[in-house]
Ligand binder design. Structure first.
Ligand code: BG6
Length: 465
């Protein structure tokens, strides 16, 4: 049976400025933490040139239009607009995004703009980054400039990409933690400031952008217990709260989840909330939930004698003593880069999110990173088509279940640089001809998945059994 998606379903693709644009210091752009960052993993490139979208934006949008995109989710580089993060506006930056947005409008592609995607201005990081309360207002001021300049054409806004990942695994996405301070307390203080920054941006969007809608864009996943032991169910519930609900409950229900607060208080690492903060958060609620989905997680209760410090880095970051330990799920296949693949998990995640919050849902990332090879000007990425077919089918089933899903903007529209695994880990429907350290000619080649996606968008339907 064919499932028809709603008529106005926002089919598109997604990118972020620092991973896609390149031109890291062109036309007055200032440095962000991604440009000044020293800890690139071995054998991976930096973000200076990326896919050079800055000089190829017209061709890139034409390719998106050819695929039949109805929307395009991209981020604006704060330091292109305000090179230092505050102060004078860089008109060249405004001009670049004006041209980009006009071109999208020309093709009837709805722009969905992320205000912040992992690229704090280096100048603001020097004065404490997200830990410094002053930067809440710097963020709000930057958001205001975006609403004033682009709000006539951009009606869908996302505040902060994957705030929860920045808080939980901040080290891998450019967050620096000051020496001498408790790291967990610092993380939750930063989180509180981001919540306030988000609330202020929501208020400004609602005030300035006519018919504007705005929402958060966390990374959300269902968590399975590793066994039917009641204690593992508790671990899974703990992980769901620490990973997902803590962040969404705050902006949607206007309260911090008790489990996390009690944990912080018991460990004497509670963050500071000033008078009026919760009122600001409560008064400014999002209109929809955007979220990124790659895979589910599986959790068990850590054994009491577990040597936490002896765990490999990734596992330690993905676990919390006394609360949950993330383990791998033997029922799931893995990508070439070791990420689990769980299409049914997407349906589970959509159902859980909608049950809990009852807000429209927008998928802003989903996709598979792999080693793609250009052979005679063509890339056969059948594995990517299979991945999307399975995930999109589960989206259809979730809509049939009653979930209000309004769009799908997978990662990534066109090849770009992975956050920590370089250019060799490709995600796009379009191949960009460059290697890790050899920029080559950066020419664009539609992959096999490009043509498959184009056909799907034309039909606006998928086979479900
Ligand atoms: C998300 C980010 O976490 O996952 C993207 O929002 C990122 O910026 C994507 O690129 C895929 O992760 P990675 O590490 O494979 O690039």
């Amino acid at each position: 049976m064919q499932f028809k998606f709603p008529k106005n379903f926002l089919w598109g693709g997604s990118t972020s400025a620092y991973q896609f644009e390149g031109a890291f210091d062109t036309d007055g752009k200032g440095p962000s933490v991604q440009d000044t960052r020293k800890n690139y993993p071995k054998d991976t490139t930096d973000f200076k040139v990326a896919s050079d979208h800055y000089h190829n934006w017209k061709e890139d949008i034409a390719l998106m239009a050819e695929m039949g995109f109805k929307s395009y989710r991209f981020s604006i580089a704060w330091t292109r607009i305000l090179p230092n993060g505050f102060g004078e506006v860089n008109q060249k930056g405004i001009e670049f995004y004006n041209n980009l947005i006009d071109e999208l409008v020309k093709y009837n592609i709805e722009p969905i703009v992320t205000i912040f995607h992992f690229d704090m201005p280096a100048k603001l990081e020097e004065n404490g980054g997200w830990l410094n309360r002053e930067n809440i207002d710097n963020f709000a001021n930057y958001a205001k400039i975006l609403f004033e300049n682009f709000g006539d054409r951009v009606k869908k806004w996302l505040t902060i990409n994957e705030q929860n990942i920045m808080i939980i695994y901040g080290e891998i996405v450019g967050i620096n933690f000051p020496e001498g301070k408790n790291k967990v307390q610092t993380k939750y203080q930063i989180n509180h400031h981001m919540m306030l920054a988000q609330a202020k941006a929501i208020a400004l969007c609602h005030k300035i952008v006519k018919n504007g809608q705005i929402g958060p864009a966390p990374n959300i996943l269902s968590v399975y217990p590793n066994s039917n032991k009641p204690i593992d169910q508790l671990a899974a519930m703990n992980m769901r709260i620490f990973k997902n609900w803590f962040f969404l409950d705050t902006c949607i229900f206007g309260r911090y989840n008790n489990l996390v607060i009690e944990y912080l208080k018991t460990n004497k690492i509670m963050f500071e909330i000033l008078k009026g903060d919760m009122e600001t958060i409560t008064a400014n609620k999002p209109d929809f939930i955007a979220f990124n989905y790659y895979a589910t997680a599986t959790a068990q209760m850590p054994l009491e004698d577990l040597d936490f410090d002896a765990l490999p880095d990734q596992q330690r970051m993905k676990s919390m003593l006394g609360m949950f330990q993330q383990v791998s799920n033997e029922n799931l296949q893995k990508t070439q880069f070791g990420w689990e693949i769980d299409p049914v998990g997407l349906r589970n995640t959509l159902r859980e999110l909608y049950d809990r919050y009852n807000l429209p849902l927008l998928i802003t990332e989903n996709g598979i990173g792999g080693y793609d090879e250009l052979i005679n000007g063509f890339v056969d990425d059948t594995y990517r088509i299979e991945y999307y077919q399975q995930h999109i089918k589960q989206m259809a089933l979730a809509i049939k279940d009653g979930v209000n899903l309004i769009g799908f903007n997978p990662w990534s529209a066109i090849d770009l640089v992975s956050t920590h695994e370089g250019v060799k880990k490709r995600y796009g429907f379009v191949y960009v001809n460059r290697d890790e350290f050899d920029y080559k000619d950066l020419k664009r080649y539609p992959k096999k998945s490009f043509y498959w996606y184009k056909e799907l968008l034309e039909k606006n339907s998928i086979e479900i059994d």
